[in-house]
Design a protein around this ligand. Structure first.
Ligand SMILES: [Zn+2]
Length: 391
């Protein structure tokens, strides 16, 4: 069905192109009748192939029939793009290469074809060729250079060449401020190598660059806090963790191991830190349960229960419910305990199956946090689920 639709669209595009080409040829006066007849013949041969269910031969014949002139260039570009979108990249490359070889294209047309050809190469993983064409567009300050930068950054990202990606990203962010979110992740990626090699100053510089372009980048804050803790700089780490709790309270659960290390070293009061995050609410259940754990050291079971209950009434949570059951298990006996254990088993089975994160861009569900979505490749698009979203 899809194939039929594609062929229908294809024939329509070619029909319009053929008509425009014919009109243009007549207008400029170089088309004489015999040539026109040859063109018609090719066109009908193509239709014949199509009716005999030989789509490949039909497509080849149609492309040959469609002359390249100023009015049909757009049709050729559109046909190539159509091929690329349906995964027939080899044919798209052929169409675009053929176009680019024409000497009579305007500068804008040549740039557009070059951009499409670079996208074809990117689609089949020929990164070097794609990179060369895109860099040329940027260097020649083509009016399409902003679009070329977007594709160039994709090439570097796929090659994991983070420093080149960041360099191009710095240019791109001037035109598209929302690109800062992605650019910050390039700097975080750059920091990974020096972090592994204990080159602390270099890693810190990259993370500070990430926060320069995106002051609320939670990944950079988490990495920086971990780096400072590793150096014994607990006060510095606490500053970063407090900044994280203000900028993105939903990321507090990711910071809990670091927060606990700071608390163990007396650099921060865990209860105060969690209370501040909860007050900015509505908090994630992990934050609530971490606070409940901390309360259990001093408060009574009924106070802790009341606190958790209040929170899960606002943000329903199966894990919150399981925590409440666990709190009461040690304080009941006999049939009551048996019933509670059955209930706990049911809730645990439900919790076990639950996804805890979702991509806000494509809906991908995950059990752990990914900084880049494995499906749509968006950065920072995966966020923790909250309250009823987890049900
Ligand atoms: Zn996604």
């Amino acid at each position: 069905m899809q194939e039929l639709m594609f062929l229908g669209l294809f024939v329509l595009a070619l029909g319009i192109g053929w008509f425009l080409g014919r009109r243009e040829a007549i207008r400029v006066g170089f088309m004489v009748q015999p040539h026109g007849s040859a063109l018609d013949r090719q066109y009908f041969i193509g239709l014949n192939y199509l009716l005999n269910e030989q789509p490949d031969e039909a497509i080849e014949t149609f492309i040959r029939a469609l002359e390249v002139n100023p009015e049909t260039v757009e049709t050729h570009i559109a046909i190539g793009k159509l091929f690329c979108q349906r995964g027939d990249v080899e044919r798209a490359i052929k169409v675009h290469q053929n176009l680019l070889a024409r000497p009579n294209l305007t500068r804008h047309q040549a740039d557009r074809v070059q951009l499409e050809l670079a996208r074809d190469y990117l689609a089949v993983g020929m990164h070097n060729r794609s990179e060369r064409l895109l860099e040329e567009l940027v260097e020649n300050t083509s009016p399409l250079s902003a679009e070329a930068l977007i594709d160039l950054v994709k090439v570097y990202e796929r090659e994991h060449d983070w420093s080149k990606a960041a360099r191009v990203g710095e240019k791109l962010v001037r035109e598209r401020p929302d690109f800062a979110v992605t650019l910050a992740h390039y700097y975080c990626q750059m920091a990974l190598v020096p972090l592994r090699q204990q080159e602390v100053s270099q890693a810190r510089r990259h993370l500070q660059d990430a926060l320069r372009v995106e002051p609320v980048c939670s990944r950079a804050m988490l990495m920086l806090a971990e780096l400072e803790i590793g150096q014994g700089h607990y006060r510095e780490a606490v500053k970063v963790l407090q900044r994280l709790a203000t900028a993105d309270p939903d990321m507090v659960p990711e910071a809990l191991p670091l927060v606990r290390r700071c608390a163990d070293n007396g650099a921060l009061d865990l209860g105060d830190y969690l209370d501040a995050a909860i007050d900015r609410g509505p908090p994630l259940i992990d934050t609530v349960l971490a606070r409940a754990d901390d309360m259990r050291l001093q408060a009574s079971i009924s106070d802790v229960s009341r606190f958790v209950l209040q929170q899960i009434q606002v943000q329903p949570s199966l894990r919150g419910l399981m925590y409440l059951i666990d709190l009461h298990l040690d304080h009941v006996e006999g049939k009551g305990k048996e019933n509670l254990l059955v209930l706990r088993g049911v809730v645990e089975a439900l919790v076990h199956e639950k996804y805890r994160y979702r991509c806000t861009s494509c809906g991908f569900m995950a059990k752990r946090l990914h900084w880049q979505c494995p499906t749509c490749h968006g950065w920072s698009t995966i966020r923790p689920l909250k309250g009823r979203e987890t049900a």
